[in-house]
Design a protein around this ligand. Structure first.
Ligand SMILES: C[S@@+](CC[C@H](N)C(=O)[O-])C[C@H]1O[C@@H](n2cnc3c(N)ncnc32)[C@H](O)[C@@H]1O
Length: 431
């Protein structure tokens, strides 16, 4: 695709509504052509947009386009005589116009009139014509989005048909909002106050809402964390010794460990993510020693009682909130992440005291970043064994694997709003 046009001095200012669509186009370009995460592209794509609701709209259009991409493309292909290349600018513009009209509730005339300026001096007539044909034909999108073919094949092979269906249903609905409480004793009272449900002590689930307006935000007695993401630190439990939280930012698990009594050292290589971790600790009045370092180089002075490695991964388990992973993660990305995880896991193992706990987690739905990683680790590290997770440590509807690890899948907790895809293994070092 030719690059999205820059705002140049000789181009008249965009009419209202167009800057958000122009930013959405840049976001899609960043994800689909450059392979960048949507969040990472946000600042750059929305540069020069002053209004925060325009920035939010650009993000919403791009995210919904990524959720619906195969179905949008199928519609576009049904209305063009010869297939538009994947990276054709007309295809990008049509995706943005159609997703607004068919999924986001934008009136069709507004959806198309704010997109046509993006193709000025280009395929304007084609875009207008295809959009009009589809609207006149009362085009619709399926209730449950279709997964991209390669993702469907990968997950079908790994988890079966039912989980593919569950993943598609999960994309269709906005994920619920999960809170983790610093003090589980307050669960019942807060759940009643916010009209939420609790699936575990210290957990509350409610419909997505403005987090800052919820009771207790300023006081910092809770933080937002998907229930699956809260399991790794829960499975370490309460303790008074030293815990290392590796790859810790923005700090959900650091806060859990600190509130469970551990003396936490929290390490991450990203300064910007650590800034959010520090803000989180400040708001929740929790303590941790925070270190900015590359864990492939850094080592602690002494081994710890518990080491939690929430390793960097493909993040395919969080496709509901980050639909870009459906399009930019491929076998090469997965293999590269698995290689880094193996290196980090081997280093983390050295930092566990005899008799101590090593907790390995990834928010991935790929076996190479979970089950296969664990098997390779156990084969290379005979001092470590699985410390099997028990039923009663998990929410109802998330059974531990018979070999003692935890694999959360899109179909789990389906009636309660689902959960992210995670792999979690709790290991014990021989005493
Ligand atoms: C899955 S996220 C961590 C989420 C975090 N544990 C939480 O619960 O909020 C993975 C993290 O790994 C960090 N990371 C990636 N490579 C790293 C490395 N070589 N050294 C240290 N941190 C790294 C990233 O900056 C990112 O914050």
């Amino acid at each position: 695709m030719t690059r999205p046009p820059r705002q140049s001095a000789d181009r008249p200012a965009d009419p209202p509504g167009v800057p958000a669509r122009r930013a959405a186009l840049k976001l899609l370009d960043a994800v689909l052509r450059q392979g960048l995460p949507l969040e990472a592209a946000l600042d750059r794509a929305t540069q020069g947009i002053d209004r925060s609701d325009d920035r939010a709209l650009a993000h919403a259009i791009a995210a919904e386009t990524l959720r619906r991409l195969p179905d949008l493309d199928l519609l576009i292909d049904s209305a063009t005589r010869s297939r538009l290349p994947d990276d054709a600018k007309a295809r990008f513009a049509l995706r943005i116009a159609l997703v607004q009209a068919l999924a986001l509730g934008t009136p069709p005339h507004a959806a198309i009139s704010t997109v046509l300026p993006l193709v000025d001096g280009g395929p304007r007539k084609l875009v207008h014509g295809v959009f009009g044909t589809l609207m006149r034909g009362a085009a619709t999108l399926p209730e449950f989005p279709t997964l991209p073919e390669d993702v469907e094949a990968r997950w079908q092979n790994a988890w079966g048909e039912d989980q593919v269906g569950a993943a598609e249903r999960a994309i269709a609905a906005p994920p619920p909002l999960d809170l983790t409480l610093a003090d589980p004793a307050g669960t019942k009272a807060l759940a009643e106050e916010v009209e939420g449900i609790s699936l575990l002590p210290g957990h509350i689930r409610l419909a997505s809402t403005n987090v800052r307006e919820l009771p207790g935000f300023e006081e910092g007695g809770w933080w937002v964390q998907d229930i699956a993401a809260s399991l790794p630190a829960r499975l370490i439990g309460r303790g008074q010794g030293v815990a290392l939280d590796l790859c810790s930012a923005p700090g959900g698990k650091t806060m859990q460990l600190a509130s469970a009594g551990w003396s936490v050292t929290s390490i991450d290589s990203s300064e910007s993510r650590l800034a959010r971790l520090r803000e989180n600790l400040e708001r929740t009045h929790l303590d941790a020693t925070v270190i900015a370092a590359d864990l492939l180089k850094w080592s602690p002075d002494a081994p710890a009682d518990a080491v939690l490695l929430d390793a960097p991964c493909s993040a395919t388990g969080i496709f509901r909130r980050h639909p870009d992973v459906l399009h930019r993660v491929n076998p090469r990305v997965i293999a590269e992440m698995a290689r880094v995880q193996a290196q980090l896991l081997a280093r983390a193992a050295k930092w566990v005291k005899p008799g101590g706990t090593l907790l390995y987690a990834t928010c991935s739905l790929e076996r190479a970043e979970g089950e296969e990683q664990l098997m390779a680790f156990l084969a290379a590290q005979p001092e470590f064994a699985i410390d099997p997770v028990r039923d009663e440590e998990l929410p109802k509807g998330v059974p531990p694997h018979q070999r003692g690890w935890v694999r959360t899948l899109p179909g789990m907790l389906g009636d309660e709003g689902g959960c992210d895809g995670f792999f979690i293994a709790r290991l014990r070092r021989a005493a």
